[in-house]
Design a protein around this ligand. Structure first.
Ligand SMILES: C[S@@+](CC[C@H](N)C(=O)[O-])C[C@H]1O[C@@H](n2cnc3c(N)ncnc32)[C@H](O)[C@@H]1O
Length: 271
């Protein structure tokens, strides 16, 4: 069965409307392969049937998100960000507050929020203090969230984890993989949520002190970037920090964020 570009565009629009994901040529190719495979398997009777299901059945939409999203991540990715969190931001926050809330927005398979939790535990140990630290983590893909909940990682994910941290916060499994310790895991709460879902984003709570929203806005068009950034901004406390990926910027997209220069990174702070 031939699927025309016009039809593919229509389907892309449905996905864009619900996720903010702006499909490039390579994504459309991926989508085309997925639809062709599902039609061949008899999962959908026709293209019309697929489109109807996509609009009305969450499970089909979620399956498409799983196919289209790029989930590359690893522990302590962009090390300079974790250095800033450890040396500059958390000590300051711990001085000011008893309870601190961090957010990994678009957390993929969990390495980012777990790295944030480990960093907080290390800072508390170093300063000999006890604070309540909660890490909220969300993603649009159910597939990655399942991996994140399991918290078991192979050599690629942990390749930049220092040996002492690996020993302290991971449990080596019989198959050589590493499972995140229950202590770290208990600090993180995962949520299945799109960054462009206005009602859903309110569930994060508007008391966030630090947000990592890295390497996801690059997949959005300008309008979705603006929308996601304004929903993130709404959830941030005054003075809270926002980290974006090195190829991303909030400049010109949203008001109410000022740039703070830290060693090795630009960070945004809510005015
Ligand atoms: C490249 S990963 C980045 C993971 C992590 N933040 C990092 O920098 O290592 C991008 C993630 O964004 C997620 N994503 C894409 N669109 C999203 C949306 N609208 N809402 C929430 N997550 C989304 C994808 O499922 C994927 O897991």
């Amino acid at each position: 069965m031939e699927i025309s570009y016009k039809e593919l565009d229509e389907i892309s629009k449905i996905i864009y409307r619900t996720s903010g994901l702006y499909l490039q040529k390579r994504d459309k190719d991926k989508l085309l392969k997925y639809i062709e495979k599902k039609l061949a398997e008899g999962r959908f009777r026709s293209l019309e049937h697929f489109k109807k299901e996509l609009e009305h059945s969450k499970s089909v939409l979620y399956e498409v998100f799983d196919v289209l999203t790029i989930n590359e991540t690893f522990f302590f990715r962009h090390k300079s960000h974790f250095n800033i969190l450890e040396k500059e931001i958390l000590p300051k926050l711990f001085k000011e507050k008893q309870s601190v809330k961090l957010w990994s927005a678009a957390c993929s398979t969990g390495e980012e929020p777990y790295s944030m939790a480990i960093t907080a535990l290390e800072v508390m140990e170093k300063l000999k203090i006890k604070k309540t630290v909660r890490v909220i983590a969300n993603d649009i893909s159910q597939k990655v969230l399942k991996v994140a909940q399991e918290g078991v990682y192979g050599s690629y994910a942990i390749r930049f984890v220092p040996p002492d941290i690996l020993k302290k916060y991971f449990i080596k499994q019989p198959d050589g993989k590493y499972k995140i310790s229950p202590k770290v895991k208990s600090m993180v709460r995962f949520m299945h949520l799109s960054l462009t879902d206005e009602a859903g984003m309110k569930r994060i709570g508007n008391d966030i002190d630090v947000v990592f929203c890295r390497n996801v806005l690059i997949y959005f068009d300008i309008e979705s970037r603006k929308k996601a950034l304004s929903l993130i901004h709404y959830n941030m406390n005054k003075g809270a920090y926002l980290f974006l990926g090195p190829a991303e910027s909030a400049r010109g997209l949203i008001k109410g964020l000022k740039i703070v220069l830290f060693p090795g990174a630009i960070v945004y702070c809510k005015e």
